[in-house]
Design a protein around this ligand. Structure first.
Ligand SMILES: NC(=O)c1ccc[n+]([C@@H]2O[C@H](COP(=O)([O-])OP(=O)(O)OC[C@H]3O[C@@H](n4cnc5c(N)ncnc54)[C@H](O)[C@@H]3O)[C@@H](O)[C@H]2O)c1
Ligand SMILES: O=C(O)C[C@H](O)C(=O)O
Length: 341
């Protein structure tokens, strides 16, 4: 169902003609009525690089879209639900698709416990993206990211449209948390504290490289900060006490990552580097096909995958612990898609 009566054809045309900036884009949010989806859509409405914001969910998007559409920025907001081919209409002409659809954790659950529900949701949405916007940049927030990203890759491969440069697992929240948590211990403005976080997005697969921050830490600080960055999500899950996981900080981190992708792709800006979980050569020789490191973004998405850089002995051990878990998570995502074919 449309919130406005405009046809999808006119939506697509407008995406490149009547915005405040000449290179403005269409962005679709799938899962837009959820905790992350609503706040993320609110932040994206303030982004001048976006001319069309298409909000899709299985419920409630007409209301969310009507509400956000009153904000006085240039972008046009449309809301879609599955009826009347809503998903196809939301996706057609999209330059970027952000996916926070799926269930969040409750206390006592791991992200992998979400697999049974979220794998099918993500696969279904990925299959629609492969059909209706095969060249869009796909940003995956839905957990478990270590498995949902390979699910999207395999789904795109099955349709013959996979481009590894255009698929990103969003790990920005780990980096946002790391700079905040380090500032709490060491002082300073978190915006000036840059912590590289590599690996994946769950527990021991989240590997902060504190030795590269230019700051010095006692062993006690290293242990405490590393644990807090790896398990920061649990703090929010526990505090929300059964009402979900991080939504507001995730929306902030997701909007920042989406903006970087837009600036590099449709905006033509060069030299933007973001941490993200992508198909990567860094540990491919050890059978780990996807890995998060800093990635330079370019016109076609992934431009250059940065290496790990120099690691301390402590960090080498963290990476060693992350690799088998990552390998298992990636294999689980791939075999899920294979089992459906
Ligand atoms: N990558 C990260 O760093 C990160 C951070 C926080 C949360 N997450 C994950 O993001 C996901 C969403 O979290 P949330 O708190 O927003 O959950 P939520 O339950 O508040 O919202 C999820 C939304 O997805 C929608 N949805 C379900 N199936 C759908 C489908 N087939 N198509 C479209 N929409 C569908 C639901 O209707 C709901 O509105 C969870 O899997 C969570 O674990 C990831
Ligand atoms: O912890 C979660 O389940 C949500 C998210 O992955 C997070 O890191 O906050």
């Amino acid at each position: 169902m449309f919130v406005t009566t405009r046809s999808i054809a006119s939506t697509a045309k407008r995406a490149f003609s009547t915005s405040a900036v000449s290179n403005a884009a269409k962005v679709a949010v799938l899962g837009a009525a959820g905790g992350i989806g609503q706040s993320l859509s609110l932040l994206l409405k303030q982004n001048p690089n976006i001319s069309d914001l298409a909000l899709y969910d299985i419920v409630n998007t007409p209301g969310v879209a009507a509400d956000i559409s009153h904000i006085n920025t240039n972008s046009k907001v449309t809301g879609y639900v599955p009826e009347n081919n809503g998903l196809a209409k939301a996706l057609e002409g999209s330059n970027v698709v952000v996916i926070p659809a799926g269930v969040p954790r409750k206390p006592g659950m791991t992200r992998d416990d979400l697999f049974n529900t979220n794998a099918s949701i993500v696969q279904g949405l990925a299959d629609a993206c492969a059909q209706y916007c095969p060249t869009a940049h796909i940003l995956i927030i839905s957990n478990p990211v270590n498995s949902t990203v390979p699910i999207v890759a395999e789904t795109f491969k099955a349709r013959g449209v996979y481009d590894p440069k255009r698929l990103f697992g969003v790990t920005s929240l780990d980096v946002v948390r790391a700079s905040r948590f380090v500032s709490e211990v060491k002082g300073g403005d978190p915006k000036d504290i840059h912590i590289t976080v590599v690996g994946g997005h769950s527990g021991v697969t989240i590997v902060p490289l504190l030795s590269q921050s230019g700051k010095s830490f006692t062993q006690e600080e290293l242990d405490a900060l590393t644990h807090r960055i790896q398990f920061g999500g649990d703090e929010v899950v526990k505090a929300k006490d059964g009402k979900g996981s991080a939504t507001l900080s995730m929306a902030f981190a997701g909007a920042r990552f989406a903006n970087s992708v837009l600036e590099a792709t449709v905006g033509g800006k060069r030299g933007i580097v973001e941490p993200t979980f992508v198909e990567s050569p860094v540990f491919a020789d050890q059978g780990v096909e996807f890995f998060a490191t800093n990635v330079e973004l370019g016109a076609n998405g992934v431009e250059k995958i940065h290496p790990l850089g120099k690691l301390s002995a402590y960090e080498e051990k963290l990476v060693e612990a992350a690799l088998p878990e990552l390998k298992k998570n990636i294999a689980k995502g791939k075999s899920f898609v294979a089992s459906k074919q």
